[in-house]
Structures are given as structure tokens and as C-alpha cells.
Design a protein around this ligand. Structure first.
Ligand code: SAM
Ligand code: DTB
Ligand code: SF4
Length: 365
């Protein structure tokens, strides 16, 4: 039961969202137990592999170049650093690494070749690899899948109706297309939204309706509470109340019984009790580690304490799907072959000239 057949229209969902809270939580907890182990929570660590300087105008985002935030811009991280960070995340209990880039879309350039190598390397650590790199074509999805990508995160963020109030540089349809491309390549889809951007309950349910209309809803649905960052157009939004978060998590849980509902951004503002209510309401995944992409998140130790108090255990990697095989990348292999051929030609030319090794450059003292 991927979509709960009891709910068909946005009005059905609004009614469900407004159910007396304890009753809503009870319904969500009941469904959760039918489809998931209530004591297991997936830990996924985020890593910003390319930070800031993004050309888009997403109103919530501290990484958009046009807003004046404290985020420093960094070029693409090295594969070695990614591996180091992935090992640290794994040692702290994370079974998934999600690499994020402040890109509008993936471009077929050397940076993407490097991301392919990152995917291969993290897959080799026996972790689920997820990427969130902006818009993606079907060929790019195929390449990532071939490298061993497990999941792709691409959020619809809000309802189609409210979308234009949040972002103008990219269409809702573009987002749906990227999600489709991931799905068609056999990549697990992680897609959800943000609450607290000034949207109505109808918009929140409109977001869920967009997923209901899909042939298959996302395997993972992140629910983010807006992190209102100074310098963004949303800096003055009033903080999301925990009750709204619980209602959003519970409603998502009930409507998509098989999906994993991820309690995402905003946990540093939530009490332990508040987070426990979200787990009770069917959240079974978190982002773990002291940083989301650019903003703070609870430290591993704090979450360990929370898990101990609640008797929760981290979910093992590949509990919900097989580990994708990481295969050599045709484009990278071709480039390596060409570079080797060129090197061979140069060596032969040097030999013909009677030079047996590259000439040493002598600098004048
Ligand atoms: N640039 C890529 C893209 O937009 O698809 C990937 C990275 S982007 C930062 C990933 C997601 O992070 C966004 O779609 C949004 O849902 C979430 N996000 C960004 N800033 C946020 C904020 N201030 N509060 C909550 N969620 C946020
Ligand atoms: C998602 O839904 N939330 C994460 C992840 N997917 C990529 C990102 C949250 C970002 C919060 C703001 C920041 O740290 O920059
Ligand atoms: Fe760029 Fe992604 Fe931020 Fe939008 S959410 S500004 S696309 S990094």
C-alpha cells in the first residue's frame, strides 16, 4: 500500500491534518507499526560538497548568490575529503551519506566526473549514497546509478500553487521531470518539502497531493522546518511550532504508509520531547551530524543520548533495498585512456629527440 486509498482529495488531507492531535498521532503510530519497525531510525549525514554562489533564487536558501548571508562560497570538495567525512559519519552510526551541491543543475563537466568518483568511493564504504545536485537529465541519472548511487534528493518544497511565491528561476514541472529521471534510472527518490515559509495548510496538503498523483510516491519524504537564515527573504518568518511539525509528519505517515518520513531541518529548535512526538507520529529518519548543509544540526552525541532515552536504534544500510553495484564510468575511463595515449605519444616524441626522460626545468638563481 504505497498510497493510503482512504484519502483522495486535498480536502480529505486537510481534514486529516486537522484531526485532534492525539487521535492523529494514534492513527499515524498505528500505521507506522504496520509497515516499519518503530524502534529503528535511519541516520543519514549531509555533506555540502559545493557550497554557496548558487544562481537560483529559492527564497529560503542561504546558498543563493543573490542574498547576503554569512555562507562562504567553496568550490567542489576533493574525493579524499568526502571519503574522510563519510568514514566519520559511518563511525557515528550513519548508514547514508547525502552529498549536496549548490547547483541549479548538473553540468557534464569535470566537476560531475569528480562527483561520479565520490559516489563510487562512498559506495565502496558500504554506505547508501545519496546526492542532491539540482536538476538532472536522464543520462546524468544513468551515470550516477551506474556509479552506485542509491538515492537522489530533489524536493518539490511546497504546493504547485505556492511555488511561485518561493522560487522564480525554475519551474515546478522541472522538478517533477528530475524526479522522474531519477525514478526511471532505478534510483530511490527522496523528495519532500519545507513548512514555515508562510504557506497555508492547504499548501502543505497540496505538496502531499503532488506526491499522491505520482505513479509511485517517493521512498523517502523529508519534512523540513524552515531554518530562517539572516539575509534571505524568509529571515523574519515566524518559527514553526512543534505541533505543526507533528501534524505534518503524522499526515505524511498516514498517507504514504510505505515511505520513510524524514524529520529533517529544524531539529536544533526542537526539544527532545518534541522530537519524540515526531518519532511517535511516524518519522523514522533524521539527518545526523552537527551540520545540515550550511546550518547547525544536533551533534552526534546529542542524538545518541536521545536514541538511548527512547530506546531507538540506527537502521542498517540497505535494509530497504539492495546495494547498487558500482561500475566503472565509461566517460572517465575514456578520458583516462585518451590521457594515457597522449602521454605515450609524448614519451615517444621525446625518445625520438633523444630525450629519455622529461627535461628538468632549471630555474635561474
Ligand atoms: N541545489 C540543489 C537543489 O536545490 O535541488 C540541492 C541542494 S538544496 C539546498 C536542497 C534542499 O534543501 C532544498 O530543496 C530545500 O528543500 C532544503 N533547504 C534549503 N535551505 C533550507 C532552509 N533554510 N530551511 C529548510 N530547508 C532548506
Ligand atoms: C532536505 O530535504 N533537507 C536537507 C537535504 N534535503 C539536502 C537540506 C536542509 C538544508 C538546510 C539549510 C542549510 O543547512 O543550508
Ligand atoms: Fe541553489 Fe539549491 Fe539553494 Fe535553490 S535550494 S538556491 S537551487 S542551492
Amino acid at each position: 500500500m504505497k498510497v493510503n486509498p482512504a484519502y483522495k482529495t486535498k480536502e480529505d488531507l486537510v481534514k486529516l491534518y486537522n484531526t485532534p492531535l492525539l487521535e492523529l498521532m494514534y492513527q499515524a503510530a498505528t500505521i507506522h507499526r504496520e509497515f516499519h519497525d518503530p524502534n529503528e531510525v535511519q541516520m543519514s549525514s549531509l555533506l555540502s560538497i559545493k557550497t554557496g554562489g548558487c544562481p537560483e533564487d529559492c527564497g529560503y536558501c542561504p546558498q543563493a548568490a543573490r542574498y547576503h548571508t554569512d555562507v562562504d562560497t567553496h568550490k567542489l570538495m576533493s574525493v579524499e575529503t568526502v571519503v574522510e567525512q563519510a568514514k566519520n559519519a559511518k563511525a557515528n552510526g550513519s548508514s547514508r551519506l547525502c552529498m549536496g551541491a549548490a547547483w541549479r543543475n548538473i553540468r557534464d563537466n569535470r566537476d560531475f566526473d569528480n562527483v561520479i568518483q565520490m559516489v563510487q568511493a562512498v559506495n565502496n564504504l558500504d554506505m547508501e549514497v545519496c546526492c542532491t545536485l539540482g536538476m538532472m537529465t536522464d543520462e546524468q541519472a544513468e551515470r550516477l546509478k551506474n556509479a552506485g548511487l542509491y538515492a537522489y534528493n530533489h524536493n518539490l518544497d511546497t504546493s504547485e500553487d505556492y511555488y511561485d511565491d518561493v522560487i522564480s528561476t525554475r519551474e515546478y514541472q522541472d522538478r517533477l521531470k528530475t524526479i522522474d529521471n531519477a525514478k526511471n534510472a532505478g534510483i530511490s527518490v527522496c523528495s519532500g518539502g519545507i513548512i514555515g515559509m508562510g504557506e497555508s495548510v492547504e499548501d502543505r496538503m497540496g505538496l502531499l497531493m503532488s506526491y499522491m498523483k505520482m505513479d509511485t510516491p517517493p521512498e523517502s519524504i523529508p519534512i523540513n522546518a524552515l531554518v530562517a537564515v539572516e539575509g534571505t527573504p524568509m529571515e523574519d518568518q515566524k518559527p514553526v511550532e512543534i505541533w505543526e511539525m507533528v501534524r505534518m509528519v503524522a499526515t505524511t505517515r498516514i498517507v504514504f504508509p510505505e515511505s520513510v518520513v524524514r524529520l529533517s531541518a529544524g531539529r536544533t529548535s526542537m526539544s527532545k520531547e518534541g522530537q519524540a512526538m515526531c518519532f511517535m507520529a511516524g518519522a523514522s529518519s533524521i539527518f545526523a551530524g552537527d551540520k545540515l548543509l550550511t546550518t547547525p544540526n544536533p551533534e552526534f552525541n546529542e542524538d545518541k543520548e536521545l536514541f538511548d532515552i527512547l530506546g531507538l536504534k540506527p537502521k542498517a544500510a540497505f535494509a530497504d533495498g539492495d546495494r547498487p553495484e558500482s561500475k566503472p564510468d565509461a566517460i572517465i575511463e575514456e578520458k583516462k585512456k585518451k590521457a594515457a595515449e597522449r602521454e605515450k605519444e609524448l614519451a615517444e616524441a621525446r625518445k625520438e629527440r633523444g630525450e629519455f626522460s622529461p627535461r628538468k626545468v632549471v630555474t635561474a638563481k
